[in-house]
Write a protein that binds this ligand. Structure first.
Ligand code: GDP
Length: 276
């Protein structure tokens, strides 16, 4: 297993929240807590427009990547739920942003946002432009976005569209407002030396976004062989620890008639066990 290695310049200090590579134990208590937290993921709602997403302070972690990069598999593996992310692959729903809650159902602690996969060869140019606008809008202005998990096929490395996506969030990553974790997916297909090269190449690209304030990690990942899963779980716990205590959010109108509390203030739930 390869641990997260923020591609820091030699002179840069380590981030305050220790990256997973600082704790090499395979399944640390932190990883177990992280996995328990990730297991609480539940589908909340879909949105085809940014304006349909819930507003408020709920910390949000976005999952992004090219079509076929292994994003759905990664989300399902991390949540330890077989079907969680595959609903988004139903034809007609692929352009939707799917939101999942994390934490207790009546007092969520964070959202996962599964964003549309991009770069599918068959997608017409017009649709690509729509995608670019949606992604740029989302990544640049979504206020409570605190982390981006970018899935990149480890055999191919960053593609031009991945680099374009990185540009959308570059400013917020450099200031540390948005944390970045790159998963080099399908790592089971690589030899040891190819794995090392994949990490080195990705780290070289990510060095451009690294500042003293940024929080950037990269790890090999395989849903098939469960490579990197504990590392990601640890990193999610570190991100969770950096989330604000007090969270308020409002859900958009529910078209299906399912009534959820309109507003949840987590302040009252602070004593709850996080890892239920
Ligand atoms: P998405 O389009 O990014 O959501 O990708 P999927 O999760 O649907 O995966 C795309 C393809 O890659 C599927 O055929 C998966 O079976 C395969 N795949 C996903 N994760 C892995 C992995 O860890 N190892 C291998 N070998 N294949 C994978």
């Amino acid at each position: 297993m390869t641990h997260l290695r923020p591609p820091r310049k030699p002179s840069s200090p380590r981030p305050a929240a220790a990256p997973a590579h600082a704790k090499p134990a395979a399944a640390s208590d932190e990883a177990k807590l992280g996995l328990a937290w990730l297991h609480t993921a539940k589908f909340l709602t879909s949105a085809s427009k940014i304006s349909q997403l819930p507003q408020g302070d709920m910390p949000e972690i976005a999952f992004v990547g090219r079509s076929n990069a292994g994003k759905s598999s990664a989300i399902n593996t991390l949540a330890q739920q077989r079907q969680l992310a595959f609903a988004s692959k139903t034809p007609g729903r692929t352009q939707l942003i799917n939101l999942f809650t994390l934490g207790p159902r009546d007092a969520p602690q964070a959202f996962f946002a599964d964003l549309p996969g991009y770069g599918y060869a068959a997608v017409a140019r017009g649709k690509k432009l729509v995608w670019q606008k949606v992604m740029a809008d989302y990544l640049e202005v979504r206020r409570a976005l605190m982390g981006v998990v970018l899935m990149v096929d480890s055999r191919h490395g960053f593609t031009p569209l991945d680099l374009q996506l990185l540009q959308f969030i570059a400013q917020r990553v450099k200031t540390g407002e948005v944390k970045l974790l790159v998963l080099l997916t399908k790592a089971d297909k690589l030899t040891k030396s190819e794995s090392k090269k994949a990490i080195d190449d990705a780290s070289a690209v990510l060095a451009d976004f690294t500042t003293d304030d940024s929080d950037i990690g990269v790890t090999l990942f395989s849903s098939l062989r469960r490579v990197g899963v504990e590392d990601v779980a640890e990193q999610m716990m570190a991100w969770k620890a950096a989330m604000p205590e007090r969270v308020h959010f409002e859900l958009p109108p529910m078209p299906d008639g399912e009534v959820e509390d309109e507003a949840v203030d987590r302040d009252e739930e602070d004593e709850e066990d996080d890892a239920t």
